[in-house]
Design a protein around this ligand. Structure first.
Ligand code: SAH
Length: 250
């Protein structure tokens, strides 16, 4: 018998920010598997479903649980925050899925924090941009450092995921110090905490100020490029249009 597992990106938090396709997949499922924080967000709407979780860091176990439940004949959805293919579990599911050739996987795209956070701040990533995670759990710090330098050299807008955790309180500061080797202190930046969840908080500041800000693990950080500017409290990356010439072209 063949089975199918949905790998669902649920967006940043609230239901309105989930795609229709994601909601349909969850509605069609008997079992929803995920990290407890995300299941809590879904609990009310999907209370009749079986909700299963494994603690943080037990990602492999969570994936195996999905395949085991699917083999029992249940329709399973694995939920990840944002997009499941961006620092999510989609690739791990395919790797572990090699042992479960009978099970088909379907990834359902979600709104990633770079996109939902950008919307809160204004329009900070309206040009070429890089996304870099500061978590060194799976990537050595030297590699992260190299990527930060390359992104600064390339003139990209930079979006930082995982800017902090209990064990890595000074990582944002370390990252800013690397960026400040190339980028001027006054560069326009911003960050958003709890996007699409209770207590959304957005701030704009300079790169020098960002260096000394304390952010938590539910924060996404934006470092503008040379064309970024704070306009009426919003972080905007200009695309190069000539807005001084307001005459409409015929
Ligand atoms: N798959 C997720 C990213 C997971 S990595 C996505 O596509 O968005 C976890 C990091 O994502 C967090 O440390 C934070 O930097 C960012 N993030 C995810 N959800 C967020 C939210 N609701 N508010 C702010 N940042 C968020």
């Amino acid at each position: 018998m063949s089975h199918k597992i949905y790998i669902v990106g649920m967006g940043p938090g609230k239901e309105e920010m989930m795609t229709g396709e994601a909601l349909c997949a969850l509605e069609r499922s008997d079992v929803i598997v995920g990290y407890t924080v995300y299941l809590d967000l879904l609990q009310e709407r999907f209370r009749e479903k079986e909700l299963l979780s494994t603690p943080m860091r037990q990602e492999k176990e969570r994936c195996i649980l999905c395949f085991q439940e699917a083999e029992k004949g249940k329709q399973v959805a694995l939920v990840c925050s944002g997009d499941a293919g961006i620092y999510g579990m989609a690739s791990l599911m395919y790797e572990i899925g090699k042992d479960y050739p009978e099970t088909e996987l379907q990834v359902i795209a979600g709104i990633t924090a770079a996109s939902s956070g950008a919307a809160v701040l204004g329009a900070p990533v309206n040009h070429d941009f890089c996304v870099i995670s500061l978590s060194d759990l799976l990537v050595p710090w030297e590699k992260i450092e190299k990527r930060l330098k390359a992104a600064a050299d390339g003139g990209f807008v930079i979006v930082l995921y995982n800017p902090s955790s209990h064990k890595r309180k000074d990582y944002l500061q370390k990252a800013c110090d690397i960026l400040l080797e190339t980028i001027e202190e006054e560069r326009a930046c911003g960050y958003v905490e709890n996007i699409g969840r209770d207590g959304t908080k957005a701030e704009t500041c300079t790169l020098k100020e960002l260096r000394d800000r304390q952010v938590n693990m539910f924060t996404t950080v934006f470092i503008g490029n040379a064309d970024s500017e704070i306009i009426n409290g919003k972080l905007i990356t200009k695309r190069g249009y000539d807005v001084n010439n307001r005459r409409l072209s015929k």
